[in-house]
Write a protein that binds this ligand. Structure first.
Ligand code: UP5
Ligand code: MG
Length: 192
């Protein structure tokens, strides 16, 4: 099982807001284990003989949310495999029922970072990344679908965590280091 003394920080924010980039910096300074739900899904999709590969591929290309049994299964496995008491979960939960299930059956969040970014900025970042990323969802058509899913389905999760006073909102239109300058003191405080 998962230790009860884990500091779990969640990183949420729209597609291309910079969740992954900021998580990498948190890991450098504070030694968290970084688990990106999207990365875990992409890895599973590439694994030979994965029973879920084709389904994951289809959902990601459509900017839709993969059924939670798959994502929670991958996250739970990664939590158990990594011996740490500091986890940073990036890009999950993306739908209210996922938040309820994960908190009940797996582990509760200590703190949620919400990276607040205008769509126009996210669009430009993702289109630029799409020139080299090879990600099947970094094209204009899928990006628009990801934005729609974020607004309609994922943002209510942030509102949910707000009720518990767990959300820190970070504006992130500035450069990577300027954004991180706002993130770092929040993490220091959480670990006190
Ligand atoms: N960049 C970052 N910060 C910058 C800054 N301050 N200034 C200038 N440039 C900046 O950054 C994106 C790009 O912007 C990079 O090129 C970066 O250099 C630059 P990144 O850190 O990658 O942003 P991030 O928010 O992590 O963007 P990502 O594309 O990963 O966000 P998504 O939430 O869309 O992607 P994710 O991998 O989480 O999910 C992909 C898909 O998987 C989903 O659409 C969904 O289909 C599926 N999924 C589920 O079904 N369930 C889940 O729980 C999770 C995913
Ligand atoms: Mg990411």
């Amino acid at each position: 099982g998962v230790s009860a003394y884990v500091t779990l920080v969640k990183s949420r924010g729209g597609p291309g807001s910079g969740k992954g980039t900021q998580c990498a910096k948190i890991v450098q300074d504070f030694g968290f284990v970084h688990l990106s739900a999207g990365d875990l899904l992409r890895k599973e999709q590439e694994r030979p003989n994965s029973p879920d590969g084709e389904l994951i591929n289809k959902y990601i290309k459509e900017g839709k949310i993969v059924p939670m049994e798959i994502t929670i299964g991958l996250l739970e496995k990664a939590l158990i495999e990594n011996d740490s008491n500091r986890f940073l979960i990036d890009g999950f939960p993306r739908q209210l029922d996922q938040a309820f299930a994960f908190e009940k059956d797996v582990i509760e969040a200590t703190c949620v970072l919400f990276f607040d970014c205008p769509e126009e900025v996210m669009l430009q970042r993702l289109l630029k990344r799409g020139e080299t990323s090879g990600r099947s969802d970094d094209n204009r058509e899928t990006i628009m679908k990801r934005f729609k899913t974020f607004i309609e389905t994922s943002y209510p999760v942030v509102e949910h965590y707000r009720k518990f006073g767990k959300v820190h909102t970070i504006p992130c239109t500035e450069g990577v280091d300027e954004v991180y300058a706002k993130v770092k003191p929040i993490i220091s405080e959480v670990l006190k």
